[in-house]
Ligand binder design. Structure first.
Ligand SMILES: Nc1ncnc2c1ncn2[C@@H]1O[C@H](COP(=O)(O)OP(=O)(O)OP(=O)(O)O)[C@@H](O)[C@H]1O
Ligand SMILES: [Mg+2]
Length: 912
């Protein structure tokens, strides 16, 4: 994925073309699939049911099984069904592979096509192809490995749908849904297939995951589309891939899987819509700089060598090799390997990383925002008290609240679960179900913060039962009932209720108020307007304790330099209590309404200074994230509710838990399957490690390459021959690149991991200018030693005095000498620059890195001494004592690098 995006980014025009193509294709498919929607939308309910061979009670299991066999699973076969093929394409579609293949093609012309038969040589082409293969195949294997690990975990996150089969409501896996199924929908649900609405109640549906359109639209079962309506806006049709924001409904499925209108489009669009992070942009910039650098340097090398040596063909071949040497062909694979290693490690801790790139985002996050219930607190809420207004435990209070929780369908909420659990323990709920019949409901929404159910008792009287947040309930009540007697709700009562709630809140209890009204206005349907003149009857107090690991996890995050902020829809007192329990330092709390009518500057100041925000609307949660991001913070958001989805979309990293509602799980980049919040800290550490290792490769390779360019330019200007043969240059590059594949297995020191780090492209040139020339100094010393001491010593005379054959041996020895020195310095500088301390003594790379780098250098050193290889690669007879010189130079080089590091760190905080 990563690769594909880079390539796309680098070739912006290409990107445009590709996306237009994608839209075009998908639209074609949409058009064909939409025909059924257009036809069905205008039919009556009975006709639709008949056409789909189903009834209002749903299919029976036999029919369902048969249809599943016929139509297949309700899944979209998109590229995810051929992930291996896709990964393969992704792995090879990088800008660097493009450059390498181009150069290989050029090499093919210069070394094979346009040369006499006896000089035809394919070795350079083969080496370049090998580079492409090594980087491509490694990254392919990595991607397949993670996708397998992530898939098996994703299977553990159940996505279910409430389906009516043979008259019974059941939670079934979404992929088992078939045409003709009757589906019940509630807020937070993802629409599982294309459906015709049979019933709806204040049903609002959002297509934001498809088209980014954030405002939800109301869907109505009994409304037929107008002639002019676009089929996507039909009021009585719900499309797969959209989600229910509030309200409830029931519909019949008319298309599943590939036959849905949005199926394919949804997923492909969602994949392209990934947020671009500073890291992505950074990598893109580095790639750009390198490609430009190559485009400038290679012709320069060509010109200098052509002019000084007169052999233009050889100069061209050498320039091509230099260009290959400058191309960090391993950059994409190293970034991927790092991310893959991170996600596999997270997977071991039962954490799903849905979007790999979010790992390094997590490492750079400096703020974690979270909601409260279900994330910071346990995913089990318990009803502790059901008091009347005199604070006496009353079963009437429980009975009424049970009716409300049991009959509501608009919300899947821990509060309602707790009420039902408590009632089933204390009351004869079967009898209650018989005594009361559901008439209607007014679903929950996050603005009203209350929900109502209308039931009918055996005397055929209607009762409206409402429960909700305290202030919101007080606002629509005008009476109170205590021990059967009803009196007006006066100011004293109101204050008393608020004080009592406050006290319960201080004890860590979450309180909801319960009210009712007999014989509410029964004309037509019930609506929000009916929630007035209620009689308050009692308090429902819930225990919502923090997760055991919450405090330790937040403390650990704080030590890691991450500020934690709670963004909740709940009230101040409860939130303060929870905050205290999880060890959050709370001195200021802002309410949702405090954020209204403020300038951007004021808002930024507020979100910066405060770490608890209460009574927020879903949009305000997202607004706070946006403000923090605008201020340069990298923000992670952890949530589990439908009201968290906008914030999750706004954040750099969205985290959710497996008990979350579907839309939250869908918006999440990371899903925690484990209850233990310490995984957050682990994730941050892994993210920082990934970031550090990627930076390590980039910085070290950039400075090495820069040093090599300087050396090559110096050598080209002064030497009468090429400082290294093109084939040798390529082998050197291949060996260095391959050993760098071990970098993702390296560690970062504790100090590095203790702070959030952000990409900064600005720091790169300085690093290059400090450490590149340092390595050139030693190259130039090597050149001098080889030219004036070693080579003349072997052939017995200086270059100028040597004959033609001797000159050839002279230059072969020279090339061999620089090959060995250059390989060792490149491999060893990985150790020197990976950490500010003295390498091999005060700091050690991991065993894999040590073995890979030293092993590769040893292999490279041995090559010239193996006669057939030496012959093939045109190495010269380098004397053994030269190795001692290299060893000495290496020690000096590491010493000098250590000094330069000190010097660099005088003005910079970090090395890597
Ligand atoms: N099922 C329910 N029935 C009645 N009222 C509810 C219900 N769920 C929530 N509320 C009320 O709405 C308020 C806001 O909802 P909620 O607490 O879920 O928001 P939130 O931002 O997700 O908060 P949290 O951080 O606790 O998850 C609650 O404080 C509560 O008073
Ligand atoms: Mg919540």
């Amino acid at each position: 994925m990563q690769f594909l995006r880079w390539s796309f980014c680098l070739f912006a025009d290409f990107l445009e073309g590709e996306i237009t193509m994608l839209k075009f294709n998908s639209k074609d498919r949409v058009v064909t699939n939409a025909t059924l929607a257009k036809q069905i939308a205008r039919q009556e309910k009975n006709e639709v049911l008949k056409q789909l061979h189903t009834t209002i009670n749903g299919l029976n299991p036999v029919q369902a099984k048969q249809r599943l066999g016929q139509d297949g699973l309700n899944e979209v076969s998109n590229k995810e069904h051929h992930p291996k093929l896709h990964f393969l394409i992704d792995a090879f579609m990088t800008p660097f592979t493009g450059v390498l293949l181009f150069l290989a093609g050029l090499s093919f012309l210069t070394n094979y096509v346009f040369v006499p038969a006896d000089q035809k040589d394919l070795s350079t082409v083969i080496i370049m192809i090998m580079m492409v293969l090594i980087s491509g195949i490694t990254s392919f294997i990595q991607n397949v490995k993670t996708s397998d690990a992530v898939d098996s975990l994703l299977n553990m996150v159940s996505v279910t749908t409430n389906v009516k089969r043979a008259g019974e409501d059941k939670e079934l896996p979404t992929k088992d849904v078939v045409v003709g199924d009757i589906i019940n929908l509630a807020a937070g649900d993802l629409v599982p297939a294309d459906m015709y609405l049979l019933k709806s109640k204040d049903l609002f549906c959002s297509a934001s995951s498809l088209n980014g359109e954030s405002s939800p639209v109301e869907k109505m079962a009994d409304q037929k589309p107008k002639e002019s309506d676009n089929y996507l806006d039909y009021p009585n049709i719900l499309y797969e891939g959209t989600n229910i924001v509030s309200g409830s409904g029931m519909g019949v499925v008319f298309a599943t899987g590939d036959k849905t209108v949005f199926g394919n489009l949804a997923r492909t669009l969602a994949q392209n819509k990934n947020k671009e992070t500073t890291f992505d942009i950074g990598i893109k910039n580095v790639s750009k700089i390198l490609l430009i650098m190559t485009a400038v340097i290679a012709p320069l090398v060509f010109l200098i060598n052509g002019l000084t040596k007169g052999d233009w063909l050889n100069a061209l071949i050498f320039a091509i090799a230099t260009a290959v040497g400058l191309t960090p062909e391993m950059l994409p694979v190293i970034v991927t390997s790092n991310l893959v290693k991170g996600s596999i490690e997270m997977a071991k801790h039962e954490t799903i990383v849905k979007r790999m790139n979010s790992i390094q985002n997590f490492g750079s996050a400096d703020i974690l925002c979270t909601d409260k219930t279900g994330t910071l607190t346990q995913d089990k809420v318990v009803l502790e008290r059901h008091y009347n207004l005199n604070l006496e435990e009353k079963s009437k209070v429980l009975e009424l609240s049970y009716l409300n929780s049991y009959y509501q369908t608009g919300m899947k909420d821990l509060i309602d679960k707790a009420v039902i659990d408590a009632a089933q323990g204390e009351l004869d709920t079967k009898k209650i179900n018989q005594n009361y019949q559901k008439i209607d409901e007014i679903p929950f929404d996050f603005k009203r913060r209350r929900m109502s159910v209308v039931v009918m008792n055996q005397q055929h009287e209607h009762i409206l039962v409402t429960k909700g947040a305290a202030e919101e309930m007080l606002a629509c009540s005008n009476r109170v009932e205590i021990d059967g007697s009803i009196s007006p709700l006066d100011e004293d009562q109101r204050q008393k209720i608020l004080t009592e709630i406050d006290e319960m809140n201080q004890d860590g209890l979450r309180v909801v108020l319960l009210g009712y009204k007999e014989n509410p206005a029964p004309v037509g349907e019930f609506s929000i307007d009916d929630e007035n003149e209620l009689i308050l009857v009692g308090f429902l107090a819930f225990l919502d304790p923090p997760k055991d690991s919450a405090k330790a996890a937040l403390t650990a995050l704080k030590e890691d330099g991450i500020a934690v902020k709670i963004l909740t829809g709940d009230n101040e007192a409860v939130t303060r209590n929870v905050g205290k329990q999880v060890g959050l330092n709370i001195d200021r709390v802002y309410q949702g309404k405090d954020l209204e009518n403020k300038t951007d500057a004021e808002l930024k100041q507020m979100v910066q200074a405060c770490n608890v925000f209460v009574k927020l609307s879903p949009q305000q949660k997202a607004q706070i994230i946006d403000l923090l991001r605008q201020d340069g913070h990298t923000v992670a958001y952890m949530g589990d509710g439908i009201n968290d989805a906008p914030a999750m979309k706004a954040a750099d990293v969205a985290i959710s838990v497996d008990t979350a509602v579907d839309i939250a799980k869908k918006s999440a980049d990371i899903i925690l399957l484990h209850k233990d919040l310490m995984i957050l800290e682990k994730g941050v550490q892994i993210g920082r490690q990934v970031f550090g290792n990627t930076m390590k490769y980039i910085k070290i390779t950039l400075s090495s390459n820069f040093g090599n360019i300087l050396s090559i330019l110096v050598a080209s200007s002064f030497l009468p021959f090429l400082p290294m043969l093109p084939i040798q240059l390529l082998i050197l590059d291949l060996m260095y690149g391959t050993s760098c594949l071990s970098i993702p297995f390296d560690t970062m020191n504790k100090h590095y991991l203790s702070e959030p780090r952000k990409w900064s492209t600005k720091k790169l040139p300085k690093f290059m200018f400090y450490f590149g020339p340092t390595s050139s100094i030693f190259d130039i010393i090597t050149f001098a030693l080889l030219f004036f001491v070693v080579c003349p010593q072997v052939i017995g005379t200086s270059y100028v005095a040597a004959g033609a054959t001797q000159k050839l041996i002279f230059s072969a020895i020279f090339c061999t000498g620089w090959f060995i020195e250059s390989l060792w310095t490149q491999e060893m500088v990985i150790h020197a620059l990976r950490d500010p301390k003295l390498p091999f003594i005060k700091q050690h790379a991991t065993a894999i890195v040590t073995w890979a780098t030293i092993g590769m250098a040893v292999v490279g050193t041995v090559l010239p001494f193996i006669t057939p290889i030496a012959k093939a690669i045109k190495f010269g007879p380098i004397p053994m004592y030269f190795l001692a010189i290299v060893f000495l130079l290496l020690i000096l080089y590491i010493a000098l690098t250590t000094l330069v590091k000190k010097w660099y760190l005088n003005s910079e905080k970090y090395l890597i």
